[in-house]
Design a protein around this ligand. Structure first.
Ligand SMILES: [Mg+2]
Length: 280
């Protein structure tokens, strides 16, 4: 059995128009073969549930760069053999059951507030911005910005202070069990977690009581690297500017000729064509 973990922007979704139409043949083939498709992204649950709905996909999602795993309520009861204690530690968020791998958003905001009070650091997080501000800085529409602001466990922020003080802020974050990564203009403050770690967790839940699945991971950016390197089959999806991640999967690596969903489509069809389930 296969499980597919995929990044969204620039991978399954087109860099320019966020469409996935070129990937429809492969999406349909995954559905026919009942291969789980797990969206694995820096986006929030509020953003991703709409994308899953558009894809007609009912699988779990990995959001905020691995900070949380969210299961649709209908799926939650079936995971790990449906044992009652499986969902210990999960919390209900709308129609999903969520497990955080990171301190909660309120705790991250409290850390920022405490650092500001003590050291006067100048930074602006999503929690300090209106939806219009977020839209202005990210290029999202205001409606999308409202969804991007509904955070579970990570805070994007702009740093307006010196490099030396950024280093001190980063050290204080590490002491508090928080990590920082950079994506474009924004820094992200979050728990010590990753897409790769969430991929392993979710595979174990899906595989509970049967053979180990082969993991396929598709991505285009540095925050996908660890996930691709730890997947059995890695797909490096070409970026719109023609460049590509340079990394290898555990067993096999595909590098797409075409960018975004067009490359995604041909790679997934090739993997499905070649895949033979191991003999039981
Ligand atoms: Mg991407």
């Amino acid at each position: 059995m296969l499980i597919v973990f995929t990044d969204l922007d620039g991978t399954l979704l087109d860099h320019h128009d966020y469409g996935f139409e070129p990937a429809l043949p492969a999406l349909e083939a995954l559905r026919r073969r009942q291969v789980p498709l797990v969206l694995t992204t820096s986006k929030t649950l509020a953003e991703v549930r709409l994308i899953n709905a558009a894809l007609d996909n009912t699988q779990a999602v990995i959001v905020e760069n691995g900070g949380a795993i969210a299961l649709p309520a209908t799926l939650a009861g079936q995971l790990a053999g449906g044992q009652p204690d499986t969902l210990a530690g999960f919390e209900a968020v709308d129609d999903h059951r969520v497990l955080r791998n990171s301190p909660a958003y309120a705790a991250i905001r409290a850390f920022i507030a405490q650092q500001r009070t003590t050291h006067g650091y100048r930074l602006t997080g999503f929690g300090d911005m209106t939806a219009a501000d977020i839209a202005h800085h990210t290029g999202l529409s205001t409606d999308q910005a409202v969804l991007a602001a509904q955070r579970l466990c990570s805070e994007p922020f702009l740093w307006h202070d010196s490099e030396a003080r950024l280093q001190r802020f980063r050290e204080a974050a590490a002491d508090a069990g928080l990590g920082m990564t950079r994506g474009g203009r924004f820094w992200h403050l979050m728990g010590d977690t990753s897409k790769a770690r969430a991929m392993h967790q979710l595979r174990e839940w899906i595989d509970h009581g049967r053979g180990r699945s082969v993991t396929v991971a598709l991505g285009d950016s540095d925050n996908d690297r660890e996930m691709l390197e730890q997947a059995d089959i890695a797909v490096c999806v070409r970026r719109h500017d023609g460049t590509m991640l340079d990394c290898e999967g555990q067993q096999r690596t595909l590098r797409t000729g075409q960018p975004g969903p067009t490359g995604w489509n041909s790679a997934v069809l090739e993997i499905l064509r070649d895949f033979r389930p191991p003999d039981r």
